[in-house]
Design a protein around this ligand. Sequence first.
Ligand SMILES: [Zn+2]
Length: 70
Amino acid sequence: MGLIRNITKSRNLETELIMKMIKKSDLPSKVCITCGRSFTWRKKWEKVWNEVKYCSDRCRGEKQKGNNKI
Ligand SMILES: [Zn+2]
């Protein structure tokens, strides 16, 4: 009985791992309004994800440049 229990336990762990992997690849993504490329959620945007509009600091800088010209 003990053996069977161990196998069931490890199978559950395997499923848990797979679920975690799916979650990781299923992160939210947005499209950068400067370059039009899609980018994926990053840890550093954890708290500001709703406000993130650019894929990188570079794109944010280019947008600001454009505003200065106008
Ligand atoms: Zn961009």
